[in-house]
Design a protein. Sequence first.
Length: 218
Amino acid sequence: MIKNPTGAGAPAVATAPTVIVVDDDESVRLALENLLKSVDIHVVSFASTAELLKYPLPEVVSCLVLDVRLPGASGLELQSHLGKQGQAIPIIFITGHGDVPMSVRAMKAGAVDFLLKPFRDQDLLDAVSNALAADRARREAGAATAALRATYAQLTSREREIMGHVTTGLMNKQIAAECGLSEITVKIHRGNMMRKMGAGSVADLVRMAELLGRDSKS
């Protein structure tokens, strides 16, 4: 079982996209640091999963370059731990001892790539570029969903009720019968709801409702 130890002297808070390297081989860590810095990528490195877990993951676009075999908890165990904690940071596994079952397990658990040592510098850089792009997209989608939730929270209970009926395909007359309102009152509530949600069409509103529904289940 992985525990989060406490520790002092955390690395400086990153503001740029960051690659986190975890490998117990100092020469590998230094080589990866130099490679990533050569293309102006901010990088921090650790020798073990326990060392990494002393500090919070950066609140910026980031990814992990993670050795499978590490002292203490393995890279695969760290992947499982982060998943249970709801940490969706993309992971690139590197190993000199990889085999097909290990690779399949890592990829099924969400790893974005699995590189066997020795690998070409360009293979690692391509994997990092893809991982950072994936994390950027994930964070942007999360921010958009948070904004949508905040907008939805501003609706009145009646507007939410009518939004639910609109997105199931009911017409104003049918909604009026369902809610015990006049059709003109439904039109007023519907117009206010569409304006607040920023929906230009029923199709837009349906997509918003689907996104809100998926988010509530995640």
